[in-house]
Design a protein around this ligand. Structure first.
Ligand code: ZN
Length: 320
C-alpha cells in the first residue's frame, strides 16, 4: 500500500517536470516569458515578450502588442500567444482599469492572433482584413492550427481602400490596409496624434525579411508596403515593427535597397539557368550578414538568410 502511495506521489511530483519538458519540446517556454511595457506616446504603450524563451523570436518572445488607454476604453493591436493572455492582461491592468473594447490584428500569424478568442470573450470587438479572416478560417493553415474557437475570427472586416478610422481617448487611429506583403491580409495601425505607426512584420531588423507566401504574402507587395510606409511616415514618426527595435523612416530605405539588391542578384542567376540550390550556395546575403542580427540563425529548413533567398527565388520563378 505504502509502495503504491509513494509511487503515485512520485508520479504526481513528476507532473510539473513532464509539463515543462513538453513545453520545451514545442520550443517555447511560456512560463519563463515576461511581458515588458514601454510607453511611446501620451497614452500609448508597447507590450513585448522577454528575450530567450521563444526560439523563433530569440530577442523578444511572440509578437508586439499596442495598447491605447483612456476613459473611452482600451484599443489593442494584436493578441500574442494564447498562453500569455493572463500576463498580457496583468500588464494592461498596470496601465488602465478600463475595459478592453477593441482589438485589431496586423496579420494572421499565431504570435499576433492566437490570443484573439481570449480578448474577444473579455468583450473586445475584433477588427481585421477580410483576407486575414479567410486565412484564419482555413483549417491547418496559419494561426488556425492553434484553435478552432469561432471567437478567434474577426467580427468587423475591411478590404483594400481608405483606412478604417476609430476615434477614442483623444486619438485618431487609422487601420491602413496593405496590399499582400508579409501575408495576404496585413494592416498598419497609425496613431495620428502620438505619431506612431505599428507596421506589423513586413519589416524586421532581427533576421532577414520573412514573406509568408503560403498565407498570401508577396515580395512585390512587401516592397510596395515599404515604399508606402516611407510616404506616410514623417521624419520623426515612430515605426513599431512586430519584432525587433523601433525605427524611423530613414531606416526603411537601406532595408528596401537590400531586398532589391538580392532580388536583382537572384534574377541574374535565374537568367543564367541556376537552380535554387545553386542560388542558396552563392550566399548572396554575405555583404549584409554582419549587419543583420539573427540573420544566420535557424528559420525553417535553413537560416533566415536561406529562407529569404529561397522566397525571392520562388517568387521570381513564379512571376516568369
Ligand atoms: Zn510576427
Amino acid at each position: 500500500m505504502s509502495t503504491i502511495r509513494s509511487s503515485s506521489l512520485f508520479a504526481l511530483a513528476l507532473l510539473p517536470f513532464a509539463a515543462a519538458s513538453l513545453l520545451r519540446a514545442q520550443g517555447i517556454d511560456y512560463a519563463k516569458i515576461e511581458i515588458l511595457t514601454e510607453k511611446i506616446g501620451p497614452n500609448l504603450y508597447i507590450l513585448s515578450g522577454s528575450a530567450g524563451s521563444d526560439p523563433g523570436h530569440e530577442d523578444a518572445a511572440g509578437g508586439r502588442i499596442g495598447v491605447l488607454a483612456g476613459p473611452d476604453g482600451i484599443f489593442m493591436v494584436d493578441s500574442q500567444y494564447a498562453q500569455l493572455t493572463d500576463k498580457v492582461v496583468a500588464a494592461i491592468r498596470k496601465i488602465s482599469p478600463e475595459p478592453i473594447r477593441f482589438l485589431v490584428n496586423t496579420h494572421v500569424h499565431p504570435d499576433h492572433t492566437a490570443g484573439n478568442a481570449n480578448f474577444v470573450k473579455m468583450g473586445a470587438l475584433l477588427f481585421a482584413r477580410e483576407e486575414l479572416r479567410e486565412e484564419l478560417s482555413r483549417p491547418g493553415r496559419g494561426a488556425a492550427a492553434n484553435s478552432a474557437d469561432p471567437a478567434r475570427l474577426p467580427v468587423v472586416t475591411y478590404g483594400m481602400g481608405d483606412p478604417v478610422k476609430l476615434r477614442l481617448n483623444g486619438e485618431v487611429v487609422d487601420l491602413i490596409p496593405v496590399r499582400a506583403a508579409h501575408t495576404g491580409g496585413d494592416t498598419m495601425i497609425r496613431f495620428e496624434n502620438a505619431d506612431v505607426i505599428m507596421i506589423g512584420d513586413f519589416y524586421r531588423n532581427y533576421g532577414y525579411p520573412f514573406i509568408d507566401t503560403n498565407n498570401g504574402g508577396t515580395l512585390k507587395g512587401a516592397l510596395e508596403a515599404l515604399d508606402e510606409t516611407m510616404k506616410i511616415a514623417g521624419p520623426n514618426t515612430k515605426l513599431v515593427p512586430g519584432h525587433g527595435t523601433i525605427i524611423n523612416r530613414k531606416d526603411i530605405a537601406p532595408y528596401r535597397d537590400m531586398m532589391l539588391d538580392i532580388q536583382t542578384k537572384v534574377k541574374t542567376m535565374i537568367g543564367e539557368g541556376k537552380s535554387e540550390q545553386e542560388v542558396l550556395a552563392a550566399k548572396l546575403t554575405a555583404p549584409y550578414d554582419a549587419k543583420v542580427p539573427g540573420g544566420l540563425l535557424p528559420a525553417g529548413a535553413g537560416t533566415s538568410a536561406d529562407r529569404f533567398v529561397s522566397m525571392v527565388y520562388s517568387q521570381l520563378k513564379a512571376a516568369k
